[in-house]
Each structure stands twice: as structure tokens, then as C-alpha cells.
Design a protein around this ligand. Structure first.
Ligand code: MIG
Length: 661
């Protein structure tokens, strides 16, 4: 069905039959838009926020902010802004509201109405009306863009800390991951690899030979991601500062002088990313460092964060020159898209440096629509159960705001983790779209082995499960790139008319077919129907999250691999939970895992269909799309009963059968 897009510019007419009536006012140069729903609705979305999944009653400042230690109460604004709200009616129909406005604003959802209040002039409101929230997500993606397929390695387990330094420490971490047989794909380099925090440089003592370090990692099946911040140290003779100064690329203060603000390197200049020529220059800077074998980039501090000022950012009166689609304007207008335009340029940079590889960028700041350029994480959380619990609605809400590829620092960033917390957070975090353990400089070690063998075993089991589920998870990213569906979804997506699911924020869905219930939260709401508990190992260690499979679904599992370079799907286990008619089906998407061949048909899509006839369960795998050559698979059925899985032998043919009791 076509997108029902109403462009309700303030000057436009509001047709009588519209259920939703935005009202605009423009007092003292500050514009507001109020949207009164036509009935009682549940609100979702609204971006990167703490607090409940159901957003009714909340108020959010849309002003990207380096919130140093956010907790439930002071998290009303974080690093990103998404002027977007989803409303879901009792009958499951849904509407979405976009405020097409980058100015400093607030979003008030108290009183069961939607109210955007902006410090800028009147703005456009877009209303989308759809039959259900899933269709609404597809429309949001049609309007704000689709993610591209990430490289497969970015879906693996990732190990980070502020900072692994010097390079010998990085190698130790890589060796330990392999030694402990923790499947893993990525090691992260935080700010200390740089020479005095100067971006696009390496410290000559601690990281004397980054190319050799990256080779070392690559030889062991790891990828290397390095941090790049926006602040450019003010220093004559430093090539980035010299180039930017010579070309006059910096954000200006209110009298037109290059603004200087203090961050890690000391006083810094800030590229004016509203200017196309500055983005072009910035993207070119990556070519140099990428030749050292860097695989991905981490853009941090891009709200932009500034030290030693109460606002934690640059003055609102600073000036951006614009160009392309942007008018010249103040920081009050463009602050919220500073990070967005930075990562847009960074993505171009990675593509310029490596045209045949899928760019991977992680960003802290962003704006509605910026999911096209970068994945994200939820910034500086803390090592506590409360923050772990909060990470579920936070990630769900970002997904419902158009950013499917995100997750928290597993184990928590601020403060010390402990054995129980790390075990449980890892056991939960492996079902998030983005899976990275990261921690602040001052805290105790929190790698999976840091707390002894029991915690290590629990973490390893969880991460093993992540890797075995990769065929399913990769297919979810394909789905997300095709139709905007979040990878991690709220439980109410299982049944949009079941009002008992609308507030559930402990249990969640990974895709449509897998329900995840954190351990010790077993009293959650549950969708109706015969969802069956998956037993993936023989013994339950008592810590793994509980997994339930949707009736009527087939979930593919790979064999266990230690990293995605070794990964293949020549052997697949198809977990089957037949519905009441004995049917089940599932889709499996595969491609090279990197590069862009998939856009020219270099992929393979399969449909798995199961039928339970008496006590014979048969599954047939049919190639349905794509030109990629793929060897015939060896298949095994896993018949899922509640808490018990029975496996067939491996079979060479496209149809496998087994007798079930
Ligand atoms: O001022 O690079 O959120 O993940 O470890 C702190 C150091 C800057 C903030 C990021 C965090 C990162 C840290 N950064």
C-alpha cells in the first residue's frame, strides 16, 4: 500500500477527514506543533532515551548531549535526537509523526498528546498513517532511508576498553580471546592509540607500527576498529589543522573567528560539517590511516562534546556556513546534526579508501535518518543491574526510531562490573543487534575471563549462541535493510492487538521468531500461542537468557565458529516449532558477508518449509532468489519441544525427515 504522507506545513490545509490534527503556533519566534491523537494511544520511539518503552508521560529535550553518567532520572537527553513518535491504537493501527526540524527543541508526551516545541521557526510535520506498527516502520524507512548491509564481522562479538594500549596489550587481548575460545571478531582502539589525541595520527611509542598490529589481528581472524573524534588539535605543523585552517573549514564563533573549544587534545578546531566541501575534505582524510589496515571507525564526542563549559558543547551562537541543502545558520539550528553530518562524511571516507568493502562506523551522536551512515551504541552507561535492565527499552526504542543497529556497552561503562553482572549482561547482550563489551579507563577489567572460570563459561556459552544464530541474525539485517524493520523488536510486535504486551520491556523479540527473556525476569508478559523454549545445550547453566521460538517458525543455526572469517553455512541446523496445523517456515539470506556484489544479485535466499504429518516431520529447503553460487547444504532438523530439542542426523538432500514422538 502506498505511503500515506501528509505534508502539513503550517501554511497548508488540514483536511476534515484526517484523524490527526496538528495545531501550529509561532509565538515570539518559537514554533510549536501539537498533535492530539484521535483516541487513546500508546506512544513509542522518540529516539535515544532512558525510561520506559511506552513513552506516554515523558518529556525529552532534543539537544544532543554528552550525558556523562546517565541514570533513569537525568537521561532526558542523550547523544542523539530523533524527532519522531509512533502512536499505536488499541486496534493495532499506528501512526507516526516526524517533526522535520533540527533546531533545539523539546518533545512532550505528557498528557497523552504530542507536543514539539522548537527554538526555531515554524517547521513541517509529517504524519504517516498505517495499518500496524510494522508497516509504519517500513514507511519511516522509505522516508528517512534504509540501512545498507553491514559487514558480517560487525555482527560478531567485539571486545573494547578505554584503552587497550600499548599495541602489545592489544595483542594480548586478541590472544586471550582465542585462548579462551570466545568466538570474537573485533578489537577496538580507543583514544590512546593517537599521538596526543591528534586524530589521524598514531603514537610512535605505544603504536609504532599500526599496520603490523592490524596484520597480527587479521591473521587471527580479528578486525580492528579505531576511534576518530571531530576535534582537531590547534597546532601549527599538524597536517589536519594546517589543512583545515588554510582552507578555512572550521565552525566559526559569533563574530566569524574560527571557534576553539577544549577536548582531549587541548584546544581544538571543529570542522563545519554542514559544508559539502568540508565533508569531502574530511572523507579524504581517512585514506591515509585506512592503508594501515584499519577495518572500521568509531566516531565519538560528536555532539560535539566540549570540556569545561556548563553546556558541554559549543555556544549556540556559533556559526555554520552550510551549502548544498543547508542555509547558513547558528549552532542552535545545526547542533543536532553535527554528528549526523560527520558520520555521513566518515562513511564516504571509508568508501573512498576501500571501495569494495562495506563501511563500518560506530557513532555516539546522530539524528533521525543517520542510521544510513553508522551504527550506534548507547554511550556511557554504568555497571549496574538497573542500567542493564534499562538497555532493553533503550535499544528497542532506538530500533523503533529507525536505528536498528545498536546496543549498550556490555558489562557497563562507568564503575566496576562484577562476576554476576558481567555473566548476566553477556548472557542477555548477545541477542542485541550490536554486541560489544566496553568499559571506562578507571574500572576493573571486565573481559569475559576477568572474573574467573565460572563467569567465563557463562559468557562463552552465550557468545557461542550468538555465533550459532548468525544465519538468523544476518537474515534479520537483510530484512531491516529491505523494509526498515528493527532487528530487536518489542514484544507487542508479536501480537499488536494484545494490549497486555504493550508495556513489556524486559522480554523482547529478536526478529519475529525468537523471544528473549532475561534470566531472573521470568514473570514477563508472553504472547499467546505455543511458543516453545529452546534448549540449545544439553545443560542449563542457570544464567543464560531464556529463548522461546514462535509457533510456525524455522530458525537456522550454523555450526560453531570462532570468528566470521571461518563461518559458513554449508551445514545448517533448522529448528522447527510447527504451528497447530503442523506447518512452519523460515527465510534464510546469505551473501559474501562483505562487498557490494549482493546489490547485483550475488546473494542466495532460501525458503525452509516444514510439515508435520502424523509423527513424521519433513523440512524442505528451496532456493528462492539470488545468483550467488552456493554449494548444496547438509541439513539437520532440530525438533523443538518445550525445553527439549531432538535432532535428526545430517542429510545431504534438500529434504530432511525425522520421526517425532
Ligand atoms: O570523554 O574515548 O562514550 O566510550 O571510551 C570520554 C574515551 C570520551 C566517551 C565514550 C567512551 C570512550 C571515551 N569517550
Amino acid at each position: 500500500s502506498p505511503i500515506f504522507l501528509r505534508d502539513l506545513s503550517p501554511a497548508g490545509d488540514v483536511a476534515d477527514e484526517w484523524k490527526i490534527r496538528p495545531q501550529f503556533s509561532d509565538d515570539n519566534g518559537k514554533a510549536t506543533a501539537t498533535i492530539i491523537p484521535d483516541c487513546e494511544v500508546d506512544f513509542y520511539g522518540s529516539g535515544e532515551v532512558t525510561g520506559p518503552l511506552r513513552r506516554n508521560g515523558t518529556k525529552i529535550d532534543l539537544w544532543n548531549f554528552d550525558n556523562l553518567e546517565y541514570e533513569r532520572d537525568n537521561g532526558s537527553h542523550l547523544y542523539q535526537s530523533h524527532p519522531w513518535v509512533m502512536g499505536v491504537r488499541p486496534d493495532g493501527s499506528a501512526f507516526g509523526i516526524i517533526a522535520d526540524n533540527t533546531w533545539k527543541s523539546s518533545l512532550d508526551l505528557s498528557g497523552d498528546i504530542i507536543r514539539f516545541e522548537s527554538e526555531g521557526p515554524a517547521f513541517r510535520i509529517i504524519v504517516i498513517e498505517k495499518e500496524n506498527p510494522q508497516a509504519l516502520m517500513a514507511s519511516l524507512a522509505d522516508l528517512t532511508g534504509h540501512i545498507e548491509m553491514p559487514p558480517l564481522w560487525a555482527l560478531g562479538y567485539q571486545q573494547s576498553r578505554w584503552s587497550y594500549s600499548p599495541d602489545t596489550r592489544v595483542k594480548e587481548i586478541a590472544d586471550s580471546l582465542r585462548h579462551h575460545r570466545i568466538p570474537s571478531d573485533v578489537i577496538w582502539m580507543d583514544i590512546d592509540y593517537m599521538d596526543n589525541f591528534k586524530i589521524f595520527t598514531f603514537d610512535t611509542e605505544r603504536f609504532p607500527n599500526p599496520a603490523r598490529l592490524n596484520d597480527y589481528l587479521h591473521e587471527r581472524g580479528f578486525r580492528a576498529v579505531y576511534m576518530i573524534d571531530p576535534g582537531v588539535k590547534v597546532e601549527k605543523g599538524y597536517f589536519v589543522d594546517d589543512e583545515g585552517t588554510a582552507a578555512d573549514y572550521w565552525v566559526k564563533d559569533k563574530v566569524g573567528k574560527a571557534y576553539e573549544g577544549s577536548v582531549w587534545p587541548g584546544l581544538c578546531h571543529f570542522p563545519d560539517f554542514t559544508r559539502p566541501e568540508v565533508r569531502d575534505w574530511w572523507s579524504g582524510l581517512y585514506s591515509g590511516v585506512m592503508t594501515q589496515g584499519i577495518d572500521g571507525v568509531w566516531n565519538d564526542m560528536n555532539e560535539p562534546a566540549i570540556f569545561d563549559v556548563p553546556s558541554a558543547t559549543m555556544p549556540e551562537s556559533n556559526l555554520h556556513a552550510g551549502g548544498g541543502g543547508y542555509q547558513p545558520g547558528s549552532h542552535l539550528r545545526y547542533h543536532n546534526i553535527y554528528g549526523y553530518n560527520m558520520v555521513k562524511a566518515s562513511r564516504e571516507g571509508l568508501l573512498k579508501a576501500n571501495p569494495d568493502r562495506r563501511p563500518f562506523i560506530l557513532t555516539r551522536s546522530n539524528f533521525l535518518g543517520g542510521h544510513r551512515y553508522a551504527a550506534t551504541w548507547t554511550g556511557d552507561n554504568g555497571s549496574s543491574r538497573e542500567l542493564m535492565d534499562m538497555s532493553i527499552p533503550m535499544t528497542l526504542t532506538l530500533g523503533l526510531s529507525g536505528q536498528p543497529f545498536n546496543g549498550p556497552d556490555i558489562g557497563g561503562f562507568n564503575r566496576d562490573a562484577n562476576p554476576e553482572l558481567l555473566a548476566e549482561w553477556t548472557a542477555l547482550g548477545v541477542y542485541f543487534p550490536f554486541v560489544r563489551n566496553h568499559a571506562i579507563k578507571q574500572c576493573v577489567a571486565q573481559e569475559p575471563w576477568a572474573f574467573g572460570p565460572e563467569t567465563l563459561d557463562i559468557c562463552r556459552t552465550a557468545i557461542n549462541r550468538r555465533y550459532r544464530l548468525l544465519p538468523y541474525i544476518y537474515t534479520l539485517f537483510r530484512e531491516s535493510s529491505a523494509n526498515g524493520m528493527p532487528v530487536m523488536r518489542p514484544l507487542f510486535f508479536a501480537d499488536v492487538r494484545d494490549l497486555s504486551l504493550r508495556r513489556e520491556q524486559k522480554a523482547f523479540l529478536l526478529g519475529a521468531d525468537l523471544m528473549v527473556i532475561p534470566r531472573k525476569a521470568e514473570d514477563t508478559a508472553r504472547p499467546k500461542g505455543d511458543w516453545r523454549r529452546l534448549a540449545l545445550e544439553n545443560e542449563d547453566d542457570g544464567h543464560q537468557a531464556l529463548l522461546y521460538q514462535r509457533p510456525g517458525s524455522i530458525i537456522p543455526l550454523a555450526e560453531l565458529f570462532q570468528n566470521t572469517e571461518e563461518y559458513n553455512t554449508d551445514i545448517l541446523t533448522l529448528l522447527v516449532n510447527p504451528d497447530e496445523n503442523g506447518h512452519a517456515s523460515g527465510v534464510i539470506y546469505e551473501d559474501a558477508g562483505d562487498g557490494f556484489g549482493y546489490k547485483d544479485g550475488e546473494f542466495a535466499e532460501y525458503l525452509a518449509e516444514a510439515r508435520l504429518d502424523g509423527d513424521i516431520l519433513s523440512v524442505t529447503l528451496t532456493r528462492t532468489d539470488g545468483n550467488m553460487k552456493a554449494p548444496g547444504k547438509r541439513l539437520r532438523i532440530g525438533y523443538v519441544e518445550d525445553g527439549r530439542t531432538t535432532y535428526s542426523p545430517l542429510n545431504e538432500s534438500d529434504t530432511v525427515s525425522m520421526t517425532v514422538r
